[in-house]
Design a protein around this ligand. Sequence first.
Ligand code: DC
Length: 223
Amino acid sequence: MIVTIDGPAGAGKSSAARQLAARLGFRFLDTGAMYRAVTWYCLDRQINLQDEPAVADAARRMHLALDADRVFVDEVEVSHAIRSAAVTHDSRFVAGNYAVRKHLVDLQRRLAAGKDVVTEGRDQGTVAFPQAECKFFLIADPTQRALRRQSDYAARGEQVALEEILAHQTSRDQRDELREYGALKPAPDAVTVDTSDHDLAGVVSRLEQIVRERMRCAGERGA
Ligand code: DC
């Protein structure tokens, strides 16, 4: 079974998807980490992020491996490096690159083929896995999302002002929503969950309940 979780940055997707996957015994796929890894690679190799063909070549050339929460590029662990404010900020160029999106969606489908997966991103229910059995779209109040991002940075030792995070977040949301390919939007059959007033455990329990219900129905249909 494929479970997709899409939504804007800071809506709690990653934590919810990771915990949901653990509860269900499914594989967790963090597709944002893939866009981040390509961004990191280009910054590291001084590849101009606005040179779309060069970035697409780099994405195809680099060897990207995801192992649970760990991310490797050409066998080097970049799990921490891809969470920097610089990578977060510049990932927009990679997310807007059609050839890179196509390459990463192919990779996502290969990684999920024949497996039980919880996959998290922006376009998982719409583009990567339109046939997924269970789709969620997580949303949250913008200030709460910015506060979550701020504490993520603080945990890394980076102090970033809330106003700055809010400003970046607003422009990132607009870019994500207006993107020509893989735009951030709920699939028509997605269940929208507002995480603003719920703790993580509560959100995960609600998602788990819905997935288990779908699994039960699918099992009955198959029986
Ligand atoms: O979720 P995140 O902040 O780790 O995502 C990093 C970047 O990748 C961000 O610019 C949005 C983009 N992204 C995307 O375009 N499509 C996805 N499926 C996942 C992330």
